[in-house]
Design a protein around this ligand. Structure first.
Ligand SMILES: Cc1cc2nc3c(=O)[nH]c(=O)nc-3n(C[C@H](O)[C@H](O)[C@H](O)COP(=O)(O)O)c2cc1C
Length: 189
């Protein structure tokens, strides 16, 4: 099979589309983040990569807190909006209904079915970005999105970003059981 070298912009895809919430001064601000990942379980650390120019960054550093909110596909337009306009120019504090969790520092979005309340533990500086590492102090889910007490992706219906086609996607169909289906192959190669 012939391989063709392609653009680096499509390194990772699809990517999750999250909305990061933080307080800047007295107001909540929300920005869209696709450069986001879990990096450990115990402690529960996540990482979000933010360009240094964003309005959100000083808010995260000042409050030591931020939230990650998972929008459903029905929220694609407002998610895109939060990624198009900056809090420097537009007041995004009234775009969503806001709630606060245990620590009361990071604004979270009621309309998003799943929310992570995070405490900033480390900031890593790159040339153009800041990597914010947060400890998840609590996760919240809409009751309607739970199956047997755990968040059910089919019900959350999260939004994904497909960079090569610059499109938003929903998740696809169930393919198999993770950490299980590969066992059938062990010792056969
Ligand atoms: C789909 C999408 C994903 C984005 N992902 C990121 C990201 O991971 N990191 C980043 O720095 N900016 C990202 N952006 C851009 C910011 O969300 C955007 O510049 C926003 O206006 C910053 O808001 P603020 O200045 O109010 O903090 C993304 C934008 C969109 C539309």
């Amino acid at each position: 099979m012939e391989k063709i070298e392609v653009s680096l912009e499509m390194m990772c895809y699809p990517m999750p589309c999250m909305i990061l919430g933080t307080k800047v001064g007295e107001k909540a601000n929300f920005m869209t983040v696709a450069w986001f990942t879990q990096i450990s379980l115990k402690p529960a650390y996540i990482l979000a990569s933010l360009d240094k120019s964003h309005y959100s960054n000083p808010g995260i550093k000042e409050t030591g807190a931020f939230s990650i909110n998972v929008p459903s596909t029905a929220m694609a337009e407002v998610t895109d909006y939060c990624g198009l306009v900056s809090g420097k120019k537009y007041d995004k504090s009234t775009v969503f209904e806001v709630f606060y969790g245990k620590e009361g520092k990071a604004p979270m979005i009621v309309e998003c079915p799943y929310n992570l309340e995070c405490r900033l533990v480390q900031t890593v500086e790159l040339a153009a970005e800041e990597l914010f590492i947060g400890e998840v102090v609590a996760a919240y889910s809409d009751e309607r999105c739970l199956t047997d007490g755990v968040p059910d992706m089919a019900k959350v219906d999260p939004l994904l970003l497909n960079v090569p086609q610059m499109a938003y996607l929903g998740v696809g169909s169930h393919v198999g059981r993770a950490f299980k289906m590969g066992k059938a192959r062990i010792g056969k190669d």
